[in-house]
Design a protein around this ligand. Structure first.
Ligand SMILES: Cc1cc2nc3c(=O)[nH]c(=O)nc-3n(C[C@H](O)[C@H](O)[C@H](O)COP(=O)(O)OP(=O)(O)OC[C@H]3O[C@@H](n4cnc5c(N)ncnc54)[C@H](O)[C@@H]3O)c2cc1C
Length: 526
């Protein structure tokens, strides 16, 4: 049990930014389901987009974001985020993030879909440096309590009040303490969900093991709308390796001259798909091109080749990737890297406004678990960390401004501990976990059809009953909590995909290949 002013669920870029912005005035508790650095933030390689190059403008960054988003972005939100990027970079620099420099200026790299060099980075391990700096600052702050190894199960809402008010407020969360095996209640006047994405709904994903859509599922169950869940981004270039299944080869390798080659024909195949932008076309275009080459030629992978660039240049720009690949017997300075597309980013999520407010009083959300209107139908590379900083701060600001209007926490019921039997069928969890990820990959992947989506929907229906029965009878475990959320998220993705009768951005279906004239969000209402 903990009681604080504000509870943050998630210790990545969004959660820690929010916590640091609140801590001068409030007592903040941050819970994370594993170690503090186990979210996607620490895995980000490429960098953070910000207008800093002479000749670049906010208008260019806005336009590039809108083009990638295929009409579904909210222009005001895009402007709001883009205009706050330089200040966000300055704050991270103040926190000690050692961004790469060139002379007196920050070194900027270029990524697919960006019309200018705009990506601030720390070599090819930007996220790790950002996570370290945020975590160091949070650990040093006397008003921040960091609680790793707490798996949030469900939000504590008005329904859990001892006297049900029906007001729909959120007062914190029930979370499983991995060490004690007990479910604790963490209460707060305001709660921020910063739980990251839902990549692990798919068999191949660049996201860490914990990206199981927990925040999206919890918010949905509590009564929040979710939007654009069908917009799942597939990164074109994940390493193809029999043992290492989720190592990303950053966009910047293509930005710095990497070419995509069909290993069967030896041809640079992007000429046939997007002759103008080639390897720097937006991710959905490149991912579909690779998928098409793989399917047409019966390949396991295609080649990404940057070995025509000087070896020192490659080692200097991509030290982490170079080292990792060498350990696997691949030398990117002398030969190509085998790559496949993999799920990479969840564009849809909990509906939030410019202050990070959800539909429920007292509940905010920030980062990859949200749909803020920034990404629309496709995220522009390196805009996602930026979204975490801007919305982490915006949510904190709103809480601080409206603090007096937030009602104090009433008496909330403790977790019902009547389910004391341990499951005797762990196999149910393992089997369903693998099955979801496999059918989502096969039926709800890069290229969809209505029939495949319906197949996925019918499997989800069957599994929902099985998992609900399990959840209702046995003591909760981290795996069971995640499986329940994975299934809930898969259901939301499939429902949203079935709802959209067109192809737009990341949603491509053979049954509706055209784009409709009007761009409309897919908003699911609980
Ligand atoms: C390989 C890779 C490379 C990337 N490269 C870039 C890049 O170069 N630039 C860019 O802008 N973006 C990049 N991204 C995307 C970006 O890293 C993420 O969108 C961003 O870091 C998300 O931050 P977040 O704070 O929303 O969530 P995360 O950093 O994922 O943090 C989620 C937090 O929530 C916690 N959590 C989740 N569920 C629960 C629960 N049930 N209970 C308690 N805690 C929970 C986790 O423990 C974790 O602390 C990349 C992503 C990946 C996977």
């Amino acid at each position: 049990m903990s009681a604080s002013d504000v509870l943050v669920i998630g210790s990545g870029a969004a959660g820690l930014t929010a916590a640091l912005n609140l801590a001068e005035r409030f007592r903040v508790t941050v819970v994370a389901k594993g170690q503090l650095n186990e979210g996607s933030t620490a895995w980000a390689q490429g960098g953070i987009a910000a207008v800093l190059e002479p000749g670049d403008t906010f208008a260019h960054h806005v336009e590039d974001t809108m083009v990638a988003g295929a009409g579904l972005n909210d222009r005001e939100i895009v402007e709001f985020v883009v205009e706050r990027a330089p200040a966000a970079i300055a704050r991270l620099t103040d926190l000690g993030v050692p961004f790469a420099t060139e002379g007196d200026a920050l070194h900027l790299t270029r990524e697919g879909g960006h019309s200018h060099r705009r990506i601030v980075h720390v070599a090819d391990a930007t996220g790790w440096a950002v996570q370290e700096a945020l975590q160091r600052a949070a650990e040093a702050h006397p008003n921040i309590t960091l609680l790793p190894d707490r798996v949030a199960i469900d939000l504590a809402t008005s329904r859990h009040e001892e006297r049900y008010s029906g007001a729909g407020n959120v007062w914190g969360v029930y979370a499983l303490d991995r060490a004690s095996g007990r479910v604790e209640l963490h209460t707060a006047r305001a709660t921020i969900l910063a739980t990251g994405g839902a990549g692990r709904t798919y068999l191949f994903s660049t996201a860490p093991r914990g990206a199981t859509g927990d925040g999206i599922a919890m918010a949905w169950r509590a009564g929040c709308r979710v939007s654009n869940m069908e917009m799942m981004q597939f990164h074109p270039t994940c390493l193809y390796h029999l043992e290492v299944k989720n190592f990303l080869i950053t966009e910047a390798v293509r930005g710095e001259g990497g070419r995509l080659i069909n290993p069967a024909t030896g041809q640079r195949f992007m000429t046939a798909y997007d002759a103008e932008r080639m390897e720097l076309a937006p991710r959905d275009v490149v991912a579909r091109a690779i998928d098409a080459e793989i399917k047409r030629h019966g390949l396991d992978y295609v080649h990404l080749d940057i070995s025509h660039m000087p070896a020192d240049f490659i080692r200097g720009h991509f030290p982490t990737i170079h080292e990792k690949l060498l350990g696997l017997g691949i030398d990117m300075t002398t030969g190509p890297i085998p790559v496949v597309p993999a799920q990479h980013y969840t564009c849809g999520g909990i509906v939030v406004d410019a202050h990070g407010r959800t539909d429920l009083p007292g509940l905010y959300a920030a980062g990859e678990c949200t749909e803020s209107g920034l990404h629309g139908a496709n995220r522009l590379a390196s805009n996602s960390l930026l979204e975490c900083f801007v919305f982490g701060e915006a949510a904190a600001d709103h809480i601080a401004t409206c603090w007096d209007a937030l009602p104090p926490v009433p008496a909330i019921r403790a977790w019902d501990e009547s389910r004391v039997t341990d499951s005797d069928e762990e196999v149910v969890i393992k089997q369903n976990w693998t099955e979801i990820r496999r059918f989502m990959w096969n039926y709800v992947g890069i290229v969809r059809t209505t029939k495949r989506l319906q197949r996925a929907a019918s499997r989800i229906r069957l599994m929902t009953d099985e998992v609900a029965e399990h959840y209702g009878h046995f003591r909760v475990t981290p795996d069971l909590i995640e499986l329940r959320n994975l299934l809930q998220t898969a259901d939301l993705i499939v429902r949203a995909a079935l709802h959209r009768h067109e192809s737009r951005g990341l949603h491509y279906t053979l049954d509706y290949p055209a784009t409709l004239p009007e761009a409309v969000d897919t908003v699911l209402v609980p």
